[in-house]
Ligand binder design. Structure first.
Ligand code: COA
Length: 195
């Protein structure tokens, strides 16, 4: 099923703007995050520090009003060349129209510009929509011996009973060095960039 199918072929009437996430977005995100995750309690996993210290690699999408979606990601300090996406969310009424993809692409570009070739993320096995989304975005599931409903999981990854699906994507795996260098330009001129 395509994004448009899931959205009931809803026409995209307003263009989206992708910009950097700002500390001032924190209140907006935290007010809706549990609702966007279908009532799961998520807000404790996203403290304000991410908005203050990882803004260079975190993005917001504005469409038909502020904050139709957001992505929080960062570069690994311990694994050179790797980047990690901690959270991505799109407002329920705005899903299925490519916003999640655009947020991920902005992150891939930012990570690539900073020399990263690998992007990782994890999700809860119960979040089958997230598993499908990551697969469509070109991530592989890192194989694990345990499986939940046919999905390989890392058992107890985030503590007892907290299994996680682990994703990995190699950026530009099928592209030549030249293109990688060409893409490795600093992201400039995004709305929200400091002048
Ligand atoms: C996951 C999420 C961010 C996707 O955002 P979105 O804007 O709807 O995604 P897009 O429209 O950009 O879809 C990108 C691709 O993923 C696919 N996809 C997205 N959600 C999907 C789903 N639930 N089931 C199957 N495929 C899905 C789309 O079909 C599309 O593929 P295509 O471009 O080849 O057609 C959104 O559903 C969401 O906010 N969910 C709740 C929060 C969450 O679970 N976040 C992820 C864990 S941190």
């Amino acid at each position: 099923m395509t994004a448009a199918d899931r959205a009931g072929a809803r026409p995209v009437t307003t263009a989206a703007t992708i910009r950097r996430l700002r500390p001032s977005d924190y209140g907006t995100v935290i007010a809706v995050i549990d609702e966007w995750w279908g009532g799961r309690p998520m807000s404790d996993m996203l403290p304000r520090l991410f908005f203050e210290h990882f803004a260079d690699t975190s993005f917001a999408a504005d469409r038909a009003g502020p904050l139709a979606g957001f992505l929080v990601g960062f570069l690994s300090q311990s694994q050179p060349g790797e980047a990690y996406i901690h959270f991505v969310g799109v407002r329920p009424g705005q899903r299925g129209q490519g916003l999640g993809r655009r947020l991920y692409e902005a992150f891939f570009e930012a990570a690539s510009a900073r020399g990263c070739t690998v992007v990782r993320a994890v999700t809860a096995p119960v979040n089958t929509g997230s598993v499908a989304f990551h697969r469509r975005m070109g991530f592989s599931v890192e194989p694990r011996q345990a499986a939940r409903d046919g999905i390989p999981v890392a058992a107890d990854y985030d503590g007892p009973g907290r299994d996680r699906v682990r994703f990995v994507k190699h950026l530009h795996a099928d592209e030549g060095d030249g293109l990688l260098r060409e893409r490795a330009m600093p992201l400039r001129g995004l709305p929200g960039d400091p002048a």
